[in-house]
Design a protein around this ligand. Sequence first.
Ligand SMILES: Cc1cc2nc3c(=O)[nH]c(=O)nc-3n(C[C@H](O)[C@H](O)[C@H](O)COP(=O)(O)OP(=O)(O)OC[C@H]3O[C@@H](n4cnc5c(N)ncnc54)[C@H](O)[C@@H]3O)c2cc1C
Length: 397
Amino acid sequence: MTDLFLTPRLKPILEQVQKFMREEILPLEQNFPHDWANIAPALEAKRTKIRALGLWGLHLPATLGGMGLSLTEFGQLSEVLATSPLGHYAFCAQAPDIGNTELLHQFGTEYQHHTFLQPLAAGKIRSCFAMTEPEFAGSNPTNLATSAVLEGEEYVINGHKWYTSSADGASFAIVMAVTNPENAPHARASMLIVPTDTAGFRIVRNISVMGEAGTGWLSHAEVMFENCRVPQTHLIGEAGKGFNLAQHRLGPGRIHHCMRWVGIAERALDMMIRYAMKRELNKGETLAQQQVIQHWIAESRANINAARLMVLDTARRIDAQGAASARSEISAIKFFVPKIMLEVLDRALQVHGGLGMSDDTLLAYWYRHERASRIYDGADEVHKTALAKQIFKGYEK
Ligand SMILES: Cc1cc2nc3c(=O)[nH]c(=O)nc-3n(C[C@H](O)[C@H](O)[C@H](O)COP(=O)(O)OP(=O)(O)OC[C@H]3O[C@@H](n4cnc5c(N)ncnc54)[C@H](O)[C@@H]3O)c2cc1C
């Protein structure tokens, strides 16, 4: 933690959230993820307590019953929530709902606010975001085949998506589909809200990811849209502006992800230190006395501190000047922080030996599922190229 970005209103909230995580959430981790069917109702009960404590809506604007915190303030809370894989869900600040909430809040109509955003922000329903298609490189998202054709006052959607995270059990999907094929590539697609009980919306399967297909919120679906009809009122913003909306959704979204990764790295380091201090190689000789392990711990400490400062500095820029002015910083943290987190997880797992490979600690779960951090929301290579291009621009002047 750093107190460089701590505001007077954040400090007491941060302390309350830390206490809640320690006392109420960490004890539920024992059967995670295999017993999600029982953990999910237990988390609902925690949500009731969170509301009673006045801690609901850490990420929400005041108009939606939230705290109206800045991105920089919420980022620091997000790190604390991420120290458990259950934290964000307990506080209803989980992906992909958090991104959809922000998007609908900023660009949704009154009807969309009332019908979709309010129950989402209240934690009564979940949602998902369907953009990536198996047949096309997600790294070039202008290559979409999913179409939404206006017939009278309805859009008719046809397409094939995958990696629609948390579609299983979601009440609606925000779908990226081509509505204006005649336009330039970046002005062809739009975002549309599709309730998942719409005829023609079909989950093909939950994809097995690193050996686990998961269920409910903890899953990634392959989805078909077959003559799915939604009213024109389900269009978010203007037709053809889907990519502009995606940019708005992804800027703050990358701060959320990066602070989550900082939180995971912090917890992994904590586990590494505790285990190294108690695991004896010989009587009285612990792993912590081995120089290589001391170096891993020291390097992890320095790397996490650096990652946190970079992310919070980027969040501060977004708060002050908007996401567009922090493009380079956003690209930098999007490839830098996953690398740090995955290195720390790898070291922590190594220090735990066989125990680290087992599912008796959270390390193996994180090791499997957080590998994707280098792929979604822009693969490493895409962000490195984008950053390098920005750097070159500075030299061309
Ligand atoms: C766990 C998980 C959850 C996801 N959740 C969602 C979701 O909820 N909704 C959604 O719509 N999508 C989701 N995605 C999809 C994700 O956004 C895409 O996987 C990502 O955009 C990459 O697209 P792709 O898989 O088609 O890879 P491709 O675009 O085919 O790229 C393959 C690889 O090529 C390399 N590459 C790409 N471009 C370049 C370049 N310019 N230079 C050099 N190398 C390059 C990268 O290493 C990349 O990993 C999720 C993915 C995962 C793994």
